[in-house]
Design a protein around this ligand. Structure first.
Ligand code: PHE
Length: 344
């Protein structure tokens, strides 16, 4: 037994293990249930009583040494595994997380809609592919009106009595609202519109509009003027003035175009307002009785006003962007300029 103990000790000393599996195999071989050392403990029962003390001590020492050696090999194998793993410096700063931001057109659209919501307007939406009836006919456009020309409007299906087309304004949503909603009506209609225009710094074939409609008993031009003035002050600051110039739209009578005092030069004249001190922001007017009647509203009892503005135009004035095309090119350098505009 003495030789066996010594032999095991020598073997333990020489033991070479690489992986954790090697270490576990060695542990089973020596200290497992059927391991060599365990077997020696079984044989110990047959040792003569006078030798028991000496061998008992030796065996216990062997077991302890074997356990210590296995622990040592285990620690080495763990270290080797860690050394082999790719080095990661956990103190390095993390990967920067790129946050997106709202598009400037969305920021301004929301700002405009929120102002009108505060005034008690609902929001209405409608289809971008519309029919001639809702874009033109119900809005009092004469059959030969130039807007109905291919040159100005993108038709989806032509040669039909009520052809499909891409809406040229969101007034079509106002028609749909008048058709189905009970009175009084107070809505704003934000949305994309399409016009067959050559793309330039001042015009684009796609842009965004917000149009508004208010129909009730006794709605007057004074109400329209007050609504636009309050909007302009919310949007451009409390000092803002407005002026109205006579205009023409088939669906409103009388019609006006509205300018706001230039908030950059405070009316003195600068290159943004082209020296005039005024900036044009929207078109508006009293809803033509023909338009009310076309949607089944009694024009003797009810009257209303409507207005419409381009979101990009308002955004250009707000941020003094001089080229409309920036809003459609999605150049990140441009979009990032607006990433700090607080918007929730
Ligand atoms: N629909 C008009 C346009 O697209 C704007 C407008 C709306 C004018 C309502 C008057 C009243 O230009």
């Amino acid at each position: 037994m003495k030789e066996q103990i010594e032999q095991i000790l020598a073997e333990l000393g020489d033991l070479q293990t690489k992986t954790m599996k090697d270490v576990e195999d060695a542990r089973v071989r020596f200290l497992g249930k059927k391991g060599e050392i365990t077997k020696l403990f079984e044989e110990f029962r047959t040792v003569a009583p006078e030798m028991k003390k000496e061998f008992g001590k030796k065996l216990n020492e062997l077991k302890q040494q074997a356990a210590a050696r296995i622990e040592e090999l285990k620690a080495n194998a763990e270290q080797a595994a860690m050394d082999a793993a790719p080095k990661e410096d956990l103190t390095m700063p993390g990967e920067p997380y790129q946050l997106g931001s709202r598009h400037p057109v969305s920021i301004v659209r929301k700002e405009i809609v929120d102002i009108f919501r505060k005034f008690g307007y609902d929001v209405a939406e409608g289809p971008e592919i519309e029919d001639d009836y809702h874009v033109f006919e119900a809005l009092n456009f004469a059959p030969n009106h130039p807007a109905r020309d291919m040159q100005d409007t993108f038709f989806v299906s032509a040669g039909h009595p009520n052809p499909l087309l891409l809406r040229t304004h969101t007034s079509s949503v106002q028609v749909r609202t008048m058709e189905k909603q009970s009175l009084p009506i107070r809505v704003v209609c934000p949305g994309r519109v399409f016009r067959n225009e050559a793309i330039s710094a001042r015009a684009h074939c796609i842009f965004h509009q917000i149009e508004g409609l208010y129909v009730d008993e006794n709605v007057t031009f004074a109400d329209l003027k007050q609504a636009i003035l309050l909007f302009a002050r919310e949007m451009f600051g409390p000092e803002t003035k407005i002026r109205m110039r006579p205009s023409y739209f088939p669906f409103t009578e009388p019609s006006a175009e509205v300018d706001v005092s230039c908030n950059i030069c405070k009316g003195k004249g600068c290159n943004i307002c082209k020296g005039t001190g005024w900036l044009e922001i929207l078109g508006c007017g009293m809803v033509d009785p023909n338009v009310l009647e076309a949607s089944g509203i009694d024009s003797k009892k009810y009257s209303g006003f409507a207005f419409g503005m381009g979101v990009e135009r308002i955004a250009m004035l707000k941020w003094q962007v001089n080229d409309l095309r920036h809003y459609f090119e999605n150049d990140l350098r441009f979009l990032k300029e607006f990433s700090t505009c607080v918007e929730v």
